[in-house]
Each structure stands twice: as C-alpha cells, then as structure tokens.
Design a protein around this ligand. Structure first.
Ligand code: DGL
Length: 289
C-alpha cells in the first residue's frame, strides 16, 4: 500500500525516525521552525531500545525499517532523529536511499566551544558513547576539553515512561547524573551534551537532579535548521497551510495506547502500524486516535 500522495514541493513531507519517542524532541523543533511542512513520525518500538544493540544489529535493523518506511510513505526528506542510529547506520542508509537523509549526532562541537571550565559531559546511550564515530567527534572538536561520558539506558526508559504519563523516578535520574558528576573533574562540569534524543524530553527532571547548574545542549534546533536549508524556500501558497501529522509504530502495544494523549500534543492524532518487510509489500494499516 502506498501513501496518499502530497509530494508537491510547496508542501514537503518529512519522515522523522527514532527507536521510540525520543525523536519527538527533534520533531517539535522542526514543527516550530517549519509549521507548514507535513511530518510523519516513525518509531521502531518493535526493536526498542537501540542503545543496547551492536553496530551490525543496528545497521541491519535501521536499514530495513527506514527502507520500508520510505517505500511506503515516499517522504521528501528523512531525518534519523536518533543519535544511536545516526552514529552507526547513517552512511549505510544514505547508500541505498534516493531521498536526502539527515542524521543527528551529539552536540559535542558547540558544547566544547561554549564551555568556560573546559570540562564537558556527554550523556548518551551505551552504543553512542562507545561508538568510534563519537570518539572521532570528540577528538576533532573537543580536544581542548576534558570530556566525561556516560551511557544510560535508564534515562531512555524514563523518557518513554514520562510520555506514557507514568511516574518518573527522580532518585534514579539523580543517580544516573551522579555517574557523570561523580567522575574526576565532575565538579568543574559546566556543559552537558544530551547525546540521545530521548533526554531533552526529561529537561525539567535533569535540571532538578543535577549536582550543580550546567548548560544542557542538544541538536534538535540545529537539525531543524538543516531540514529548512535542505528543503529550500517554501512556496508562499503553502505558508498558511497547517498539515495534519501522523505517527507510525512498528508494533502495537499498551505503551502506544498510553501515549496517544501525549502524541496528540505534538499534533500526532493519526496513529498507524507498519511491520518492516523491506523485500515484500509492506503491511500498513491505520486508525485514528
Ligand atoms: N533516541 C535514541 C538516541 O538518540 C536511542 C534510544 C534507544 O533506543 O536506546 O540515541
């Protein structure tokens, strides 16, 4: 089944992709900067979480799911709103897709440039923090700084819980942050990179649990500017147009049901499900929240 066509350059259509709800932190920046474009938010919840998977597992899975999504909905641009997927699978995905693909990587460069104390932190998933891509990013752009890193699956789960309206354990969040602030030099940390798109969704909780005040940096606004630059000028006729957005998940679950109210606050009232089958006709169906 293919998507209802609306691919006029006047009303571009962007696919924003993550393992779960984290990419919503990027989608909200894109929607704020480009309210006239149509957005499909896709979450590979069947394979969530990505951050504990190996590089080869990630390349295979991300390629399969994004390939199926692009075949099904034919977006004008793809945003991999997941640091874990981008730092491992971005090049592989770009090789087989004809549409432009933007990836999100940890904001190490602006953090290093902004830090006064020259001690910055990087919070990400375990996969992102351990990836060779991240090591290169740090060597290239933060050689002037001490970079303290920590990979946390707990924060990813906490963001998912928050989006489902479930309680967030502040003691757990404080203990995760202590793994960063408690490292040698942690008392001089002045900037922390949120190198996982789930983490900005916990902004208030992170501020409240930090051992001392720091600047928090993520890549959402920069990604939105990149999308705008790649799409180019939007035709004036489309400027008053406010398209409906939709969400696609790779598995039905109670968690998705609990999220419907929260998704609606992001303009995602239509929810669909798609099983990634890249070499066969995709099985797509949808219903309304
Ligand atoms: N939101 C994702 C990221 O930016 C990954 C979360 C996960 O699935 O572990 O890295």
């Amino acid at each position: 089944m293919s998507d209802s066509p609306n691919q006029s350059p006047a009303r571009p259509h962007a696919l924003v992709f993550d393992s779960g709800v984290g990419g919503l932190s990027v989608m909200r920046e894109i929607a704020a900067l480009l309210p006239q474009i149509r957005l499909t938010y896709a979450a590979d919840n069947a394979a969530f979480p990505y951050g504990t998977k190996t590089e080869s597992e990630l390349v295979a899975r991300v390629s399969a799911v994004i390939g199926t999504l692009v075949d099904t909905i034919a977006p004008d641009i793809v945003v991999i709103a997941c640091n874990t997927a981008s730092t491992t699978a971005l090049e592989a995905v770009r090789k087989f897709l004809k549409v432009p693909v933007i990836g999100v990587v940890p904001a190490v460069k602006p953090a290093a440039a902004a830090s006064q104390s020259r001690v910055i932190g990087l919070l990400g998933t375990r996969a992102t923090v351990a990836s060779p891509y991240t090591a290169t990013l740090i060597a290239q752009f933060a050689a002037c700084c001490t970079v303290l890193t920590h990979g946390s699956p707990e924060l990813v789960e906490a963001a998912e819980r928050k989006m489902q309206g479930l309680p967030v354990d502040m003691v757990e969040i404080a203990s995760v942050l202590q793994r960063l602030f408690g490292q040698p030099g942690g008392d001089r940390l002045d900037t922390i990179v949120l190198g996982c798109t789930h983490f900005p969704l916990l902004g208030a909780e992170l501020v409240a649990a930090a051992a001392h005040p720091v600047a928090w940096m993520d890549s959402g606004a920069a990604i939105a500017r990149r999308v705008a630059a790649m799409l180019g000028p939007i035709e004036p006729a489309a400027l008053s147009y406010r398209p409906a957005h939709r969400a696609i998940f790779t598995a039905e679950s109670q968690a998705v049901d609990r999220m419907r109210g929260c998704l609606a606050t992001f303009g995602l009232r239509e929810i669909g499900f798609l099983e990634p089958t890249p070499y066969a006709e995709p099985n797509y169906r949808q219903d309304r929240a």
